[in-house]
Design a protein around this ligand. Structure first.
Ligand code: CA
Ligand code: CA
Length: 287
């Protein structure tokens, strides 16, 4: 299995960046990712002056053959955190909370131990034009900070440029819904993934399958906007999949699905609408 090194990264999703790596469709690779500050935070939890831009994302990774209008289905097999990480916004003079991560256990400075549940904070493809900074979520992906983007999940990202140009980073060893202090347990990591082409994607925005749950992501300037955006996208999808009217689809989502907060701290907020397979058993759009 090839390893794609963390030394090649981008600070934004953009069609302007040439591929750092090329992979075949269906190839499984290990992607090394930097922590959100590019590895410069000290073990004492100090951010040195003039740090590099936050959230470097390894890539861009060109997936050979991927074409605009398709999606890339990125299946995450494993997210392996480094042996330590840190929490905190890192304001001037502020120390991060340093957390030991050995043996899959997060040990907080006061002794609390919790098992890690690593997630990928930043993952996305190049937009058709312009750029998506790595601190921001978008319909092309980006700083999604969604706890379901973890081992065992498949994330679907719309392809806008040939090869898709995948980039990822900002792994959190632990994060809760909301990410309310602005960070998870930030850490470097190694992500094992496979990317496949989907020629007729369900949506031209980000969606995700984790176990028996289908999720759509939406973003907005406010939580209300993000939440209602997720409702609208999921209702439209349910209606298309099942033949239910828009009203019936909204009534199904209201009773059998969930609207969950992903993050409330980025320049745009992210919510996700979740529908379980049991709510649409005859119309589940996956094998
Ligand atoms: Ca993030
Ligand atoms: Ca982060």
């Amino acid at each position: 299995m090839r390893t794609l090194g963390r030394e090649r990264y981008v600070n934004e999703l953009s069609p302007a960046h040439p591929a750092a790596y090329e992979i075949e469709e269906g190839e499984t690779v290990v992607v090394q990712t930097n922590d959100c500050h590019g590895g410069v935070v000290t073990r004492e939890g100090v951010l040195p002056p003039n740090p590099p831009p936050a959230n470097p994302a390894t890539g861009p990774i060109e997936v050979k053959g991927a074409q605009p209008g398709e999606a890339l289905a990125v299946t995450i097999h494993e997210v392996k955190p480094a042996d330590w990480g840190f929490i905190g916004g890192g304001g001037e003079g502020e120390r991060f909370t340093v957390v030991d991560l050995s043996d899959g256990i997060a040990t907080y400075p006061w002794g609390l131990q919790l098992p890690v549940k690593p997630i990928i904070g930043v993952i996305g493809l190049a937009p058709p034009e312009g750029s998506v900074p790595n601190n921001t979520p978008s319909d092309w992906g980006g700083n999604l900070d969604t706890v379901d983007i973890c081992a065992g999940a498949t994330i679907y990202l719309p392809v806008a440029v040939p090869g898709g140009m995948l980039a990822l980073g900002d792994v959190h060893a632990l994060q809760g819904d909301g990410e309310c202090c602005g960070t998870g347990i930030e850490c470097a990591a190694e992500v094992t993934l496979t990317a496949r082409r989907v020629k007729a994607p369900l949506l031209q925005s980000v969606y995700l399958v984790r176990g028996e749950q289908l999720m759509v992501l939406a973003h907005g300037d406010t939580l209300d906007e993000a939440a209602w955006g997720a409702v609208d996208v999921m209702a439209g999808l349910l209606s298309r999949l099942t033949g239910l009217t828009d009203t019936e689809a909204r009534r199904l989502l209201s009773t059998a699905g969930d609207i969950r907060i992903s993050q409330i701290v980025n320049p745009k907020k992210t919510c996700r609408a979740v529908i379980p397979r049991r709510a649409i058993p005859e119309h589940w759009p996956f094998a």
